[in-house]
Every structure is written in structure tokens, then in C-alpha cells.
Design a protein around this ligand. Structure first.
Ligand code: CTP
Length: 412
């Protein structure tokens, strides 16, 4: 099996977002996969079997009684390289968590031994209900990839968390999961909770001016996306990035370093790893004016007094809310007369007290706003892993490989 031509089961549960699964189906078929659509009875109230059959070029059944001679309730799951359920309703998640097998989709979920992705979509109240959250936690612990729903417009006039991520984004995740599975890499971060920070914080001088930096958030977003595609439950603390929310991630928007610190300390209490890819501003004005600072006629300029912000990486590395938490820092360094970029990185790793430090050499503006990155990952144990120039996603996976290896070592 390769990511190019896989056997995919697309489960569709009974929610209004079922219509978006048509686009996901098209993308999977166009990518060359053989897709069997398995809707629930209620899904067919939203999109009919004819649509699924025509788009997939395959027969469509909801019950185990159809084509019984082929034993489809066992065969579909056994033969699948990937099962993706989109949308997954609260009811479907409950059935999957309990192991019910009263229709073709739930039976397929019990027989599947391949990666399973659930893309939930429901109203905010249903998603947040402790029953649903407990079912999601159970499925994640058992190794399934359960995407966090997106925020936005829901079925009615209301908005909130519970939207199905865009089909294109779910498709990208399916492709990554299939590509990794075809080289023997399973959902090795399933059941793990990770926190990633991204972007650059802003410290406001007045309502319109701020101290900021050039961080786009691209590398942090790539780190978050890679973790989702490996099954992790991801909280992305994002400072002022203009990038679209990555699918399946819980995004916590922040502005200043103080807000970022608060969001991270809260999220990291339950986390297995923290990756600080953000560029938090090191300084903030002692006071921020509630009104716009005006020029004066005598050409004088105001003096801005700054104070230092807390160092989040140092604080989390020192306090270790959980002893087995793996903490990763980033360092954009330039070489100077005293030391090379890498030597500065080694000193920073020791100073920060984190477990891994991703050092990239940003001499001559390299690394900023670019799609590619090149780095050396320094380990507190003295080893180092060079990552050649390549997509930021590639560097993200190398970081997670090292984090996963540390989790494995801690377990022994
Ligand atoms: N960092 C942090 N809190 C801060 C500043 C930085 O957690 N207030 C984190 C960054 O997210 C990054 C790492 O620390 O993972 C290194 O950031 P960097 O700006 O290189 O560190 P500084 O301590 O500010 O070092 P320098 O004096 O070289 O700027």
C-alpha cells in the first residue's frame, strides 16, 4: 500500500456537515484512493446513497445485511488502510467509544486495525458535554486521531466551536496519515496532549503602536499540524499570526507575552510536551497609554521605559508541572565575533533548561517568513541532530521524532 492508492473507508454520520464529506470524497478519489463510503441511516437523510455511489464509483450500504455473503461488516474494516469518519456526530463518537456494532459503520470501526480519524461536527453544547468529552478521551487513549472541531458559523444563526474542519484540511491530514502509515509509522502521538506556541507577541505603547517582531508563526503552525497528523491533541497558543487555523487544533489567540504565559501555564498543566516556537517579546513598556501618543511641536520624542517580560521557556523548564513533560525551545541565532550560531545555541540550551533546542541560523534574514527551514536540534544530553533545508513540516516531524523518543525512554 502507498499513500497514492489506498483502501479508504469514509464513514459519514448524520449531521448537516455530511454535505462537506462529498468534497472530501472527491479529493480522496482524485488522489487515486479506492473509497468505500459507509453512511449511517441518519446520514442518508442529509445526502442520499446515489450521491455517494456516483462520487465513489462503489456500492453504498448502511447495514450489515446487504451483500451478506461478502461479510462486509468484517471485510471493510480488515482491508482498510484508513478509516475516516467525517462528520462524526456525538452519537457516533458515543457508539465508537462504547464499541457498539449495530450498523455497518460501527461494525467497521470495531474491525479496523488501520489508523482511524474522527472529524467531529456538532453544536458547541454537545461537543463540550462531559459525556462527549469522555468519549473523545477514550477514543484518543485507544489510539484514534480525533480532530478538534473548528470555530465558526454553526447550522443556525449561532457561532461557536463545533464546525467540521474544511474538507481540504481533513484531506491533507488523511494524506499525511496514509503516507506515514505506508512507511510503517503509525499514529505515534495518539493519546498525547501537546502545547505549541507560535507567532510574535506585541506589547502596546498606545492603542495603535506596539513593539513586535518578524515571526510569522509558520514554523509553529507546521509543528502543530504535524502533531495532529500523528494523533496528538494539540493546543496552539498563537500570537498575532495571520495564518488560517490548522485543522483539528485548539487555537488560543493571545497578543502579549503576559497573555501567552498565562495561556501556556494553563495548558501545560495537562500536557506531555511544550514546543515554544513563538517569539515572545522580551520587553514591554512600563506603561501603555490609553490614548494615542501625540507628536509635539518642538521635535522632541518621548522616552519609552521598558521592563523585562517573564521568560516562559525558563519558567516551564524550571517548574516542570509534570516530571515527564518534554520542553522544546527555538533559537534564531546569528554568529558573531565571540561564537558561532551553534555555540550560542548550546549556551542558550543550558541557560533555558529545556530538553531540546532547535537552533536556526538567521544570519542575513534566513528563516523568517520562509516556507523552508534548516536547523540543528540540540539535545540536553549533548547530542545534536542536523536537519537539512526543507519544508517547515519536515523539521516539525524531526522535532516530534525526538520528543516521542524521549517519551519512550521515560516509559522504560
Ligand atoms: N522565550 C520565552 N519567553 C520569552 C522569550 C523567549 O519562552 N520571554 C522562548 C522562545 O519561545 C524560544 C526561546 O525562548 O523558544 C529562545 O528565544 P530567544 O528570543 O532566542 O531567547 P532570549 O532569551 O530572548 O535570548 P536572546 O537574548 O538571544 O534574545
Amino acid at each position: 500500500m502507498s499513500a497514492r492508492s489506498a483502501q479508504v473507508v469514509l464513514g459519514v454520520a448524520g449531521g448537516i456537515a455530511a454535505y462537506k464529506a462529498c468534497t472530501l470524497l472527491r479529493l480522496l478519489v482524485e488522489a487515486g484512493h479506492a473509497v468505500r463510503v459507509v453512511p449511517t441511516e441518519s446520514a442518508l437523510r442529509f445526502v442520499g446513497a446515489v450521491t455517494w455511489a456516483a462520487l465513489s464509483h462503489q456500492p453504498v450500504h448502511t447495514q450489515v445485511w446487504d451483500d451478506a455473503h461478502e461479510v462486509p461488516h468484517v471485510r471493510l474494516g480488515q482491508q482498510a488502510d484508513l478509516v475516516v469518519v467525517a462528520p462524526a456526530t456525538a452519537d457516533l463518537l458515543a457508539k465508537a467509544a462504547q464499541g457498539f456494532a449495530d450498523d455497518l459503520l460501527s461494525s467497521t470501526l470495531l474491525t479496523a486495525r488501520c489508523p482511524v480519524i474522527f472529524a467531529p461536527a456538532m453544536h458547541t453544547e454537545m461537543w463540550e458535554h462531559p459525556a462527549t468529552q469522555a468519549n473523545v478521551a477514550t477514543l484518543r487513549e485507544r489510539g484514534a486521531l480525533v480532530l478538534e472541531p473548528a470555530e465558526g458559523r454553526l447550522t443556525g444563526a449561532d457561532t461557536g466551536k463545533g464546525r467540521l474542519p474544511e474538507p481540504e484540511q481533513i484531506f491533507e491530514i488523511c494524506q499525511t496519515v496514509l503516507a506515514r502509515a505506508s512507511s510503517g509509522q503509525e499514529l505515534d502521538m495518539a493519546g498525547r496532549q501537546v502545547v505549541v506556541s507560535a507567532g510574535g507577541t506585541r506589547e502596546f505603547l498606545d492603542p495603535v503602536r506596539f513593539l513586535g517582531n518578524r515571526s510569522s508563526g509558520r514554523q509553529g503552525y507546521a509543528v502543530a499540524r504535524a502533531a495532529v497528523a500523528r494523533g496528538a491533541s494539540v493546543t496552539l497558543v498563537s500570537a498575532n499570526s495571520t495564518l488560517p487555523d490548522p485543522a483539528g487544533v485548539k487555537v488560543v489567540p493571545v497578543v502579549s507575552t503576559a497573555e501567552m504565559r498565562e495561556a501556556i501555564l494553563e495548558a501545560v498543566a495537562r500536557a506531555d510536551a511544550l514546543v515554544m516556537a513563538a517569539a515572545p517579546a522580551d520587553f514591554r513598556p512600563v506603561s501603555s497609554m490609553p490614548y494615542k501618543i501625540k507628536k509635539s511641536d518642538d521635535l522632541s520624542a518621548p522616552t519609552i521605559e521598558l521592563t523585562q517580560n517573564p521568560d516562559i521557556l525558563v519558567e516551564v523548564s524550571r517548574d516542570r508541572p509534570r516530571p515527564d513533560l518534554v520542553v522544546v525551545g527555538f533559537a534564531a541565532e546569528t554568529g558573531d565575533e565571540q561564537a558561532s550560531a551553534l555555540e550560542h545555541g548550546r549556551a542558550k540550551l543550558a541557560r533555558k533548561g529545556c530538553d531540546l533546542l532547535v537552533v536556526n541560523d538567521v544570519s542575513e534574514g534566513r528563516g523568517f517568513e520562509a516556507e523552508e527551514n534548516e536547523a540543528v536540534i540540540l539535545d540536553a544530553d549533548g547530542s545534536e541532530v542536523p536537519v537539512p533545508r526543507g519544508p517547515k513540516e519536515e523539521l516539525a516531524h524531526r522535532i516530534w521524532d525526538l520528543v516521542v523518543a524521549k517519551w519512550e525512554r521515560n516509559r522504560i
